[in-house]
Design a protein around this ligand. Structure first.
Ligand code: AMP
Length: 182
């Protein structure tokens, strides 16, 4: 089963994907996590990405695609995967299409979590207090919501036209959301 979780930062993609991975027994691949690992490791790529991430902008398409391609080459992704945080613009959606066609592993579904901006801002405030992620500070969150509306939201149409999009309400109990996914 190959699924993409789609939605703004703070919509609960990571939480839902982590729950669903146990159920489907496929790995959860978050491009944000791959990037944060590169930042932590202090690689040249990580150093480049850090500045962009802290500014709430998108890291360049070729860097993220490179990390994803490397991860999808791992054997544990053969039964499938839950992709979280990718694609974030139309160029990435096209690149993913090509990559998965090359691997002979087309997507089964794209799940979009709908959450109003006001709830996102509140959730990120709480996460900022708990986890101190620099990109969860209120100014950056607002910037990221703008980037989402401008660049990421149009990707939903791309998948809707292919008959792959399922939308769910991302507000309410975590378990209720999960049940509407599976
Ligand atoms: P996330 O954990 O998915 O919210 O990602 C954290 C940050 O990593 C984002 O705000 C971006 O700066 C960067 N990032 C993650 N995934 C991507 C992607 N697919 N394309 C570009 N930047 C990304």
């Amino acid at each position: 089963m190959r699924i993409v979780f789609f939605g703004p930062n703070g919509s609960g993609k990571g939480t839902q994907a982590a729950l669903l991975k146990a159920e489907l027994r496929v790995p959860h691949i978050s491009t944000g996590d791959l990037l944060r690992a590169a930042v932590k490791a202090g690689t040249p790529l990580g150093l480049k990405a850090k500045v962009v991430m802290e500014a709430g902008q998108l890291v360049s398409d070729d860097i993220v695609l490179g990390l994803l391609e490397e991860r999808l080459a791992d054997a544990d992704t053969r039964p499938g995967f839950i992709l979280d945080g990718y694609p974030r613009n139309l160029a990435q959606a096209n690149a993913l299409d090509e990559l998965l066609a090359r691997l002979g592993q087309p997507l089964d579904a794209v799940v979009k979590l709908n959450v109003p901006d006001a709830d996102i801002v509140k959730r990120c405030e709480i996460r900022f207090e708990q986890e101190h992620r620099a990109d969860d500070n209120p100014d950056t969150v607002r910037k990221r919501l703008r980037v989402y509306a401008e660049q990421t939201a149009p990707v939903a149409d791309f998948y809707s036209q292919r008959g792959l999009l399922a939308e769910i309400d991302g507000v309410g109990a975590i378990e209720a959301d999960r049940k509407s996914v599976v």
